[in-house]
Design a protein around this ligand. Structure first.
Ligand SMILES: [Zn+2]
Length: 602
């Protein structure tokens, strides 16, 4: 599943020019209350407008709908930026705890804070737009004199996924990275200007501002991430060693016996998910013996029935059925008469009960699982609808994605048997293939999910100076992922810029958190549901007890610090990556056997 934010948040929060509102007399608690009332009301109004325009734009793409969506999105962004700055006025005013939290949410909702100097703010906006456009228009042109030879990220993605020719993979890898060096100067200036804005809001730098969202001191949060990574690292190292072994059989000495894996051979341009090399690393006899895609096609199950099946998963947990408007307003199949954004997403258009999904459903196992995932967003959105507008979001930004994925983990063979799609669950000895596929997606992603922001936080804080942007990037990729570039990468290059989320300036830690949390949620809910099977075979389908605990957490939204929300579901305030080890235990044992006497680590 692509790592993008699929839920629609209240405001998208890029940057915009604005000045700090000056007030002559000292602000009071009554001023704060009035301010928050205005903020909640305005946010709701602008959020609904932006959602409506966004929905129409994505389901009916024309120049006009794009312009309307851009305008309403900008209005919501501008308001968000203005409110964040105004919230600092009340930093030293004594207000009730709920209002204090609303003010904090406002202040930490920004991804970029513009400096108050209008010239600098304008420069920052322009740089950000330029960086995004450099990535968006980025192409690798193997023969510059022939524009038709140019390759987009989609072309490069396809080559990385399907080619098994080392030279071709290397050319595509190096080719795609040529889009980034022109971003380097802009990125350096972007760091300076955005830091200036963050300091005006009282944060040490932009990275500290990002970490302030997580209800703990920035440094404590950093060490928390390290702790989680160290829990799961031994499993990653084994997966890495086994994959390296098999890649070496395929590609020979270009893959070292005991060093880092070349970054261009893992089936993905950023080596962030390795599912495409599954055919090279598949365990023998790992075929589960059935194909859900084949079953769906053979039964000719209509897309609407697939969605109804997904809904039934949630009603089996005790959640109410989806509103009538969900069925009237969602987009379930690709329309024949117009362009739409088919990328799956879940919407809460009026931030209350106008829930929808937008998908171009096909009869595949992937889409069947994705439906369960997207509905997870919808049920979360509905669970927190009665909270103040500012709290209508997940407990932290890792939670929303984690919920959808948690439910997707319950789409097990046993679940398929219970809903009548499969006659008999395959023997558990057949699980290795499914586990390996999932590990190549989830386990291989973890170090990548962590290092993007490790690099950025250090760039924002100045620990990584512009003169060593690229070296530091590769140091981190070696340290966490155990991968190395296929050729020397000097400081004339800017390899971080070849990853969308860097020029687009989207924080990335949420994806790491979502990967950790979904297994922790799944383990806790499976225990509550009384599942005695191995964790990878547990489904919480039809468990009212699990549903109740899930709802207890979902309905808290963002109103309490995330450790309390975590506690409501799992009974602990601490994130815990050991659920991943439990889930993948059969694979881990199998890897141990395969790696006897073989080099592990890099
Ligand atoms: Zn999602």
């Amino acid at each position: 599943m692509p790592r993008v934010v699929l839920s629609i948040v209240l405001f998208v929060l890029a940057s915009s020019a604005c000045s700090r509102g000056a007030s002559s007399s000292a602000p009071t608690a009554a001023d704060a209350k009035a301010f928050l009332a205005t903020v909640n009301e305005t946010t709701l109004k602008l959020g609904i407008e932006a959602n409506r325009a966004g929905w129409v734009q994505q389901t009916y793409i024309t120049d006009d709908t794009e312009a309307l969506a851009a305008r309403t999105g900008q209005a919501a962004n501008d308001a968000g930026a203005r409110f964040a700055k105004e919230a600092t006025k009340f930093d030293h005013v004594d207000v009730p705890p709920t209002e204090r939290r609303e003010l904090t949410v406002l202040k930490t909702a920004l991804v970029v804070a513009s400096p108050s100097d209008p010239k600098e703010s304008d420069e920052l906006s322009k740089i950000m737009a330029r960086l995004e456009s450099m990535y968006g228009k980025g192409k690798w042109c193997p023969e510059p004199s022939k524009p038709e030879s140019c390759k987009t990220i989609d072309d490069v993605t396809r080559i990385m996924a399907t080619s098994r020719n080392e030279r071709e993979l290397r050319a595509a890898w190096e080719g795609w990275h040529t889009i980034a060096p022109p971003m380097r100067k802009d990125y350096e200036r972007f760091v300076e200007l955005s830091n200036k804005g963050a300091r005006e809001l009282g944060f040490a730098d932009t990275g500290a501002m990002w970490r302030a969202k997580y209800d703990m001191p920035p440094d404590a949060f950093t060490s928390e991430l390290d702790r989680l990574w160290n829990q799961v690292r031994p499993l990653y190292v084994k997966l890495h060693a086994y994959t390296r072994l098999r890649l070496r059989e395929k590609y020979g000495d270009v893959v070292p016996a005991n060093g880092p894996i070349p970054a261009h051979l893992l089936g993905n341009i950023w080596a962030q998910e390795w599912t495409n090399v599954y055919p090279l690393v598949a365990p023998p006899n790992a075929d589960p013996g059935f194909s859900l895609t084949d079953i769906l096609k053979k039964r000719d199950m209509p897309p609407l029935d697939m969605v109804r099946t997904g809904e039934r998963f949630y009603t089996s947990l005790g959640f109410a059925v989806l509103p009538k408007t969900f069925w009237e307003r969602s987009l379930f199949v690709r329309p024949r008469d117009r362009d739409v954004v088919c990328h799956a997403s879940a919407w809460d258009v009026d931030l209350e009960s106008d829930l929808r999904i937008k998908m171009c459903i096909e009869q595949t196992a992937d889409d069947f699982t994705t439906i369960h995932h997207e509905l997870g967003h919808n049920f979360y959105q509905r669970a927190y609808k009665d909270l103040p507008v500012l709290f209508r979001d997940s407990a932290n930004d890792g939670f929303h994605e984690a919920i959808g994925d948690t439910i997707a983990l319950s789409v097990t063979p046993e679940y398929l048997v219970r809903i009548g799609l499969l006659d008999k669950a395959p023997d558990m000895s057949r699980d290795l293939g499914l586990l390996m596929t999932r590990a190549l997606d989830k386990i291989s992603f973890l170090p990548f999910g962590l290092l993007i922001d490790q690099w950025r936080w250090q760039v924002f804080s100045g620990e990584i100076a512009p003169a060593s942007y690229n070296k530091a990037w590769w140091d981190l990729r070696l340290k966490y992922q155990g991968v190395a570039p296929p050729s020397a990468r000097g400081e004339e290059l800017f390899d971080p810029g070849a990853k969308y989320h860097v020029p687009d300036n989207t924080p990335y830690t949420r994806y790491f958190l979502a990967d950790i949390l979904q297994f922790q949620f799944h383990r806790a809910l499976s225990q509550i549901a009384g599942c005695k099977l191995p964790l990878n075979r547990c489904s919480i389908y039809e468990s009212a007890a699990a549903g109740q605990r899930l709802n207890a957490m979902l309905s808290m939204g963002l109103s309490r610090p995330w450790p309390e929300a975590l506690d409501a579901l799992t009974g602990t305030k601490q994130m815990d990556a050991t659920a991943i080890l439990d889930y993948f235990a059969p694979l881990s044992t199998w890897l141990d056997e395969q790696l006897k006497g073989k080099p592990v680590g890099w």
